[in-house]
Design a protein around this ligand. Structure first.
Ligand SMILES: [Zn+2]
Length: 144
């Protein structure tokens, strides 16, 4: 038996047991693997990254974990700098601006800024698209 961490096309994570990796491939190809949350058959294996901290490496390459973490930090920085260079910064009026743009009350443009968790929840409930930027380690020189 082999356990796979799977994810459906709605990003629901779940796990399932299969007799073998061939059994998984066969069942997935025939649409027999179903998301327990939404019933979707568009299911694929989750891409897993190794645990980076806190667990024993048990023979795993410790450099690999460090390299992956560096790559993820690098990617996060690149996403952030793209946003910072191309999007309008609106500060803590983000929720109001995002809603105004969504409702057509403000010029359509890409913005970023700060929002409270409650504001983000309200935006999502109203169908206003927004996503958190990946966190980036803070440059100590830029903190207060
Ligand atoms: Zn699902």
């Amino acid at each position: 038996m082999i356990r796979y961490a799977l994810v459906c096309d709605h990003a629901h994570p779940f796990e399932a047991w299969f007799g073998s990796s061939d059994a998984y491939d066969d069942q997935a190809a025939r649409g027999l693997v179903e998301c327990p949350f939404c019933g979707s058959h568009a299911v694929s294996k989750q891409i897993m990254a190794p645990a980076v901290a806190g667990t024993k490496t048990r023979g795993a390459d410790p450099d690999l974990a460090a390299r992956l973490q560096t790559m993820m930090m690098q990617a996060a920085r690149e996403v952030r700098s793209h946003v910072e260079q191309n999007f309008d910064y609106v500060g803590d009026t983000f929720a109001r601006e995002a809603r105004a743009i969504h409702e057509g009350a403000a010029e359509k443009r890409e913005i970023y800024g700060e929002a409270t968790p409650a504001e983000v929840r309200a935006l999502k409930e109203d169908g206003v698209p927004c996503a958190a930027l990946p966190p980036v380690p803070v440059d100590p020189a830029k903190t207060n």
